[in-house]
Design a protein around this ligand. Structure first.
Ligand code: NAD
Length: 437
């Protein structure tokens, strides 16, 4: 597949209200395929290996009977896909959502393979999901779904096989239930079966901030390449949640000026830098960033195009696309979110010379600390936060250097380099192991 084949159909007519159909450009699985194909082509991977790297190793569908609070028996469908275990146990989250599809879980599982490979941690990629709507379920119903889903997957998951983690609509509590159910079946407490657990059940220090902290480490590296002192760096962050909010807090702490925060319901600007902790307290109190006195309210649709050194899209996918990429003024873009840039926009950003730190690298801090959690659980020895953060920094900085040096050596953009490096490592592992027949 080529970039052209996913160009949006139709172009907007100037001065008219006609909107282009962006559905193909916004399809994350097509976008992932474009990037995979480009990297595989440049690596010269043969057809057989390409087929193997594209095809999930194992896909499990379970239909879970669950007694609802009102006495009805309901059946929910869940999936677990192990895309690759070539480099280690499958690793990846479990989401609870009415929109979960097997195709989506497959694509997300392969994404995890590349993410773990690019930061060189000894995991493959996996993902799971249950088709359900937690917003209309009671806590007890969610617990019963979680436990039965886990029981059905008892021979599929495990510390040496497949290690789930939280994802959309699942959290520490969900992981505690999975760990408990798995442990009951194994007749012994097995904390390393999941990551993202509560701290007092084998969770790791530093996990909540890990993704934002990882974004900070790679951004600092990029600033060095541009000879920009962090105290001079003007940063715009989209999304004030786990990744963006904590990332912004850490960036400010590192001396950067976070000049704008963009949320779904508004955006703030302060040329001297926003006081992020005060903004967090304000949001906690009022439920919104709006009305914060330490910044000026600006148009949230235009804030992403502010003149700045670093843009951190950390909210959702497809926010930088064919129709707006040319307006980006940032020198560096740190992709905190998964898939914030479409494949068509990649080309536009490359032509503009924007230094993109691709999602599979930039937001890999979370899975890296999940790896630390798994290691600590298996060791039964827990690290202090300083050690966790120091080891995270080492991995993020080394991975950044690996990707950027690879990009320079092969004359490709950073995203292509990240995919090439990731695919190459998995392909190499497969070749070394050989094909068992
Ligand atoms: P979150 O729900 O904690 O935060 C997302 C924030 O973005 C929320 O404050 C939300 O209000 C805001 N938002 C939603 N729509 C928006 C819009 N249109 N414009 C501006 N802001 C908007 O989620 P999170 O965990 O921070 O995840 C954000 C992204 O990072 C997702 O793409 C996720 O897949 C990715 N990611 C998260 C982690 C992690 O460890 N949490 C790891 C890797 C990747």
């Amino acid at each position: 597949m080529t970039i052209e084949t996913i160009t949006p159909h139709g172009t907007p007519t100037t001065g008219s209200s006609a909107q282009p159909d962006m559905s193909r450009e916004f399809n994350p699985w097509l976008a992932a395929e474009v990037r995979f194909d480009r990297a595989a082509e440049l690596l010269g991977l043969d057809d057989g290996l390409r087929k193997l790297l594209k095809t999930p190793g194992m896909e499990v569908t379970v239909n879970i009977p669950v007694m609802m609070d009102d006495g009805r028996l309901e059946v929910f469908t869940g999936y677990r896909v192990q895309h690759s275990i070539a480099r280690g146990p499958a690793k990846g989250g479990i989401r609870f959502s009415p929109d979960v599809t097997l195709d989506e879980v497959r694509a997300l599982a392969s994404w995890m393979t590349w993410k773990c490979s690019v930061v060189n941690i000894p995991f493959g990629g996996g993902k799971g999901g249950v088709i359900c709507d937690p917003s209309i379920l009671s806590r007890n119903e969610v617990e019963r779904i979680t436990r039965r889903y886990t029981a059905e997957l008892i021979d599929v998951i495990g510390p040496e096989r497949d290690v789930p983690a939280p994802d959309m609509n699942t959290n520490e509590q969900t992981m505690a239930w999975i760990m408990d159910t798995y442990s009951m079946h194994k007749r012994t407490t097995v904390t390393a079966v999941v990551t993202g657990k509560p701290l007092n059940l084998g969770g790791s220090k530093g996990r909540p901030e890990a993704t934002g902290r990882g974004c900070l480490f790679v951004t600092l590296q990029a600033l060095r390449r541009f000879h920009i002192d962090p105290s001079e760096a003007r940063v715009v962050v989209q999304g004030f949640g786990n990744v963006g909010g904590l990332g912004a807090k850490l960036m400010r702490k590192a001396g950067m000026k976070v000049i704008s925060i963009i949320e779904w319901d508004g955006a703030l600007y302060n040329e001297h830098g926003l006081d992020i902790e005060a903004l967090m307290a304000h949001r906690q109190k009022t439920g919104s960033i709006n009305g914060f006195e330490g910044g000026e309210a600006i148009d949230r649709h235009e804030a992403m195009f502010l003149d700045c050194d670093v843009l951190v899209p950390a909210a959702k996918e497809n926010v930088v696309h064919s129709q707006n990429a040319a307006k980006i003024k940032a020198k560096i873009m740190t992709e905190g979110a998964n898939g914030p840039t479409t494949a068509v926009a990649d080309k536009i950003l490359a032509e503009k010379g924007v230094f993109v730190i691709p999602d599979i690298l930039a937001n890999a801090g979370g899975v890296t600390v999940s790896y630390f959690e798994w290691v600590q659980d298996r060791q039964g020895y827990f690290w202090n936060e300083q050690l966790v953060n120091g080891r995270l920094e080492e991995i993020m900085v080394n991975s950044f250097k690996d990707v950027v040096e690879y990009a320079e050596r092969h004359h490709v953009d950073n995203r292509t380099a990240a995919y090439m490096l990731a695919l190459d490592r998995v392909a190499f592992a497969i070749k070394l192991r050989g094909i068992y027949a």
